[in-house]
Design a protein around this ligand. Structure first.
Ligand SMILES: NC(=O)c1ccc[n+]([C@@H]2O[C@H](COP(=O)([O-])OP(=O)(O)OC[C@H]3O[C@@H](n4cnc5c(N)ncnc54)[C@H](OP(=O)(O)O)[C@@H]3O)[C@@H](O)[C@H]2O)c1
Length: 286
């Protein structure tokens, strides 16, 4: 079987390619990328596939049996971009499309959910056989700010006591690889939707306490109004719109938007999801 992965030079895509390669399943792995230079070290076949250039997608999906569509990173442009991939898959008679969506995409209060919900609808309307991997938050989204928090003496955010069932990128990549392998081997996971999240939820105060414990210093969590948090993120160099988006995510997190107890992720990957302690250690080792 020919398995193609979009966004293969991204952080999640690289993990998927590496895991699938390591699994030695005998399937052909095709990395779909917009920059061949960035893909030189992937060690698999590479084809150019730019979401903004439908012709490249048509060519890139020729002969492909299964495509993993890793959602694009350009917020606001993703519906037409994903539509172009879905249409190219239809025109190439791709047998199965797997899409990395968002936890509870159809009911989520996160503003990010809208594009995922629309993409899911396009996939269902396309008639393609599909699997929806509704990924929760990456733990790395939060642990990335720990070094700066330790320097500042406090972790700041706006998620209050909200519980976060995040998992590592490696966990979500492992789930994608499991699904791709099983689809290739026995056409499974047909038209299934999985809500994927970490096994053990934590609050931002738990995260701060764990980081403090690991470095032997007290690290309090300070909850801030969203506009103040956004201002701090922007002053740290994030584009203003993205800073506001992240602060708004925190407000929804406080209400439970990233909490999930389903454990479908650990069931799919056959092991517990990465612990908070391991994720914190990985972030602090960087
Ligand atoms: N669950 C979460 O917490 C979370 C957080 C952030 C994002 N996400 C979503 O999950 C996706 C994967 O996460 P990630 O960490 O791997 O993100 P990432 O490192 O930013 O990777 C995004 C990938 O999309 C590719 N891409 C962007 N625009 C493209 C275009 N026009 N044509 C073709 N490829 C394009 C990028 O290509 P280049 O390598 O050439 O840049 C990159 O490979 C993100 O794109 C986003 O949709 C999820």
């Amino acid at each position: 079987m020919k398995i193609a992965i979009t966004g293969a030079t991204g952080q999640l895509g690289r993990l998927v390619v590496a895991d699938l390669k390591a699994a030695n399943t005998g399937n052909d792995i095709i990395a779909l990328v917009r920059s061949a230079d960035k893909a030189a070290d992937l060690g698999v076949n590479v084809r150019i596939a730019n979401y903004d250039e439908p012709d490249t997608l048509l060519t890139a999906l020729a002969g492909v049996d299964i495509v993993l569509l890793i959602s694009g990173s350009e917020i606001g442009k993703r519906v037409p971009q994903h539509r172009a991939v879905i249409e190219a898959a239809q025109q190439n008679d791709v047998k199965h499309i797997v899409y990395t969506s968002l936890l509870n995409a159809d009911s989520s209060t996160l503003s990010l959910a809208a594009e995922h919900k629309q993409t899911e609808a396009l996939i269902k309307e396309s008639g393609l056989t599909y699997t929806l991997l509704r990924n929760g938050w990456y733990t790395e989204n939060y642990t990335a700010s720990l070094p700066a928090a330790l320097q500042a003496g406090a972790l700041v955010g706006s998620a209050g006591e909200g519980r976060i069932s995040s998992a590592s990128r490696a966990d979500y990549a492992a789930a994608a690889v499991t699904v791709l392998k099983e689809i290739a081997a026995q056409s499974s996971h047909e038209n299934r939707t999985y809500e994927l999240a970490g096994d053990t939820a934590y609050t931002l105060a738990d995260l701060a306490a764990e980081a403090g414990k690991q470095v032997g210093q007290s690290l309090p969590f300070q909850n801030l109004p969203a506009n103040e948090f956004a201002r701090i993120l922007a002053s740290a160099g994030l584009p203003e719109a993205f800073a506001t988006l992240l602060a708004d995510v925190d407000l929804e997190v406080e209400k439970g938007a990233l909490f999930h107890e389903g454990r479908a992720l650990s069931q799919l990957i056959g092991r517990p999801t990465t612990t908070l302690s391991d994720s914190v250690a990985a972030a602090l080792a960087k």
